[in-house]
Design a protein around this ligand. Structure first.
Ligand code: PNS
Length: 162
């Protein structure tokens, strides 16, 4: 049973994240999407909301589980019995940061391998940050996120800007 751990903030999950997770689900027995409880960023969605949205978006893929972790990623790896970490790469700009993180994680735990998957070119310009910005400005985000997320963002902005 090969498990891969896909960590992130997922604030919120985008079609880019889903593309990576679902393609990985064809290669590994089990994909655990692990939402970082405290990634140092100020999220739009609560921790519970981010998990619920991921669960809804991945409901059609039985070997994807949604979980959470706090603290160091290398410790979460052991906790979930995962062989490796999965991260998506959109552009070369992502690579710099990801490369540094992968090397640091391997220094912290020599068994911690990181697999990188190139996102689909249609998603290479999609980010949670841009999606939130477009939604806030009243733009159409339906091509970049699953339906449940588009609706949740709409509700969120209505709550925050009555
Ligand atoms: O989606 P993101 O925000 O790019 O995800 C970053 C995340 C959550 C994977 C990263 O910040 C992380 O691994 N945080 C856990 C704390 C940790 O282990 N930090 C050291 C990384 S070398």
């Amino acid at each position: 049973m090969k498990t891969i751990l896909y960590p992130g903030s997922f604030d919120p999950v985008t079609n880019g994240h889903l593309d990576v997770a679902k393609r990985a689900a064809k290669l590994f027995d089990r994909v655990v999407i692990a939402v970082a409880e405290n990634s140092g960023k100020k999220p739009l969605f609560t921790f519970a909301e981010r998990i619920d949205l991921l669960k809804e978006a991945c409901a059609d893929t039985p070997n994807i589980e949604v979980a959470s972790f706090d603290g160091l990623l290398v410790n979460a790896l052991r906790l979930f019995g995962a062989e490796a970490v999965l991260r998506g790469i959109r552009t070369s700009a992502d690579f710099e940061y990801e490369f540094q993180m992968a090397l640091m994680n391997r220094r912290l735990n020599p068994d911690c391998e990181t697999f990188f998957m190139m996102t689909d070119p249609d998603c290479s310009f999609v980010s949670s940050t841009l999606v939130k910005e477009i939604a806030r400005g009243g733009g159409d985000i339906s091509n970049f996120v699953p339906v449940c997320v588009a609706e949740a963002i709409r509700r969120k902005w209505k709550e925050n800007m009555p």
